[in-house]
Design a protein around this ligand. Structure first.
Ligand code: HMG
Length: 389
């Protein structure tokens, strides 16, 4: 009998601050309809000067450790495209902050927003090899485009931590996967840049092309039919993108794109991304969190996942929601992570956007801003110093 492997627990975290799109629109003279309706975004998370992908990741993962302990975790994979070091894996700082044992394998994965899906699939493989083990998969990103660029409205920050193991309490991950890779320059960030470069319209087209490509392969690999899915979790750089993608898929499959059908398939997946913004690797799993937290009983139902990472790699796969999943959700904590954010005005957001850690190798404390459990306390001799509050 084949093993049931999947997401046993899931927890989200986001930044200390939030910028409403009304403030951005007032600054740049954009009609707010473009943000609220045109791209489907209301606000974006903004990280404090003493937050980064490590503090977000540790904040998301700590509740999993509190509930399940560390005994079975032998691998931590952290996926990010906003890495803090070219050599050392950010997950090693997280490993230390959340108290994982030394007998742990830690590695960082990158392929734009797709990285966490690769991590999840690799985790399934590791668990299949040794079902006694659990793998901690963390997606953590701070999305940053240039100020006053079209991408600015699609920034955000969040982490999602997932514990992957046998007999999962939330979602069983199924074979097969549909895969698609194409060498496109729709979005990238050279090592010497802090902000991403993007060809916005090209990126939307590349995403839609990848939807077709993954679905074609998924079908050829013997996957489920469209009608078997109760909902679809898409990568959501902005929530309207999920609607564009699903309509594209329905058209490609020769199905009706009736708005009610599309909303029924996606409507419960967008609530967190709409107010958090693009969290890159975490985005598709924030869609899952919102779906599980909000939808009517999904027991036994199949959910389709479409993970897209610019450059580009995409994967379509299915998950089945497990009986009793509601007893294991963290809905209140997820809502709290979002509602606890402090609203900032445009000028404060701009100052945070422009904040950089000094690169002179000296001793520098970071301003104490976050009220979260972990903070980046400073930098000394080019070494990041983290603290638990
Ligand atoms: P833009 O040029 O600012 O906006 O770019 P636009 O002119 O394309 O307008 C956007 C939508 O708003 C349009 O609707 C307008 O009609 C509508 P659409 O034609 O798309 O349906 N609109 C209005 N609606 C209501 N009332 C109004 C109004 N005015 C206009 N008054 C863009 C938008 C998303 C391209 C830009 O923000 C950008 O470049 N973002 C970054 C790139 C991105 O998010 N790409 C998505 C696909 S690639 C991806 O998902 C990967 C990524 O996450 C990175 C990774 O993988 O690592 C980005």
């Amino acid at each position: 009998m084949s093993l049931s492997i999947g997401i046993h627990d899931l927890s989200i975290a986001t930044g200390e601050f939030v910028l409403p799109h009304t403030a951005l629109a007032a600054h740049n003279g954009t009609d707010i309809g473009k943000y609220h309706v045109g791209i489907g975004q209301e606000s974006m998370s903004v990280t404090a000067a003493d937050e980064d992908i490590v503090t977000l990741a540790a904040t998301a993962a700590a509740p999993l450790i509190a509930r399940h302990g560390t005994d079975r975790i032998r691998t931590l994979v952290l996926a990010t495209e906003s890495s803090i070091d070219q050599a050392k894996a950010a997950g090693i700082y997280v490993h230390s902050l959340i108290g994982l044992p030394s007998a742990t394998r830690v590695v960082e994965l990158k392929q734009a927003c797709y990285g966490a899906t690769a991590a999840l699939q690799f985790a399934v493989g590791l668990v299949r090899r040794d079902p006694a083990q659990q793998v901690l998969v963390i997606a953590s990103d701070v999305s940053r485009y240039d100020l006053d660029s079209p991408g600015e409205a699609t920034q955000g920050a969040a982490a999602v931590a997932m514990l992957v193991g046998v007999d999962p309490a939330l979602v069983r991950i199924e074979d097969p996967s549909g895969l698609y890779t194409a060498d496109v320059m729709d979005f990238w960030r050279p090592n010497y840049r802090d902000t991403a470069l993007v060809d916005g319209q090209e990126s939307v087209g590349a995403y839609l092309q990848a939807v077709e490509g993954t679905w074609k392969d998924y079908t050829e690999q013997g996957g489920r039919t469209l009608e078997e899915f109760a909902a679809f979790c898409y990568h959501q750089p902005f929530t309207k993108m999920a609607y564009k993608a699903h309509r594209h898929l329905l058209n490609y499959c020769g199905r009706d794109t009736d708005p009610d059908t599309v909303t029924a398939a996606l409507g419960e997946t967008t609530a967190y991304n709409r107010v958090i913004g693009n969290s890159y690797t975490a985005s598709v799993y924030l869609a899952l969190a919102a779906l599980l937290d909000q939808a009517d009983d999904l027991t036994g139902k199949s959910v389709g996942f479409l993970s897209y990472g610019s450059g580009s790699v995409a994967e379509f796969f299915a998950g089945t929601v497990v009986a009793g999943y509601r007893d294991h959700l963290r809905t209140d904590a997820h809502r709290e992570a979002i509602t606890r954010r402090t609203e900032v005005g445009y000028d404060a957001y701009r100052a945070l956007h422009e904040h950089r850690l000094p690169a002179d190798g000296g001793d520098h404390a970071t301003p104490a801003q976050t009220t979260g459990p972990y903070r980046l306390a400073g930098i000394s001799g080019h070494k990041r110093l983290y603290a638990t509050r």
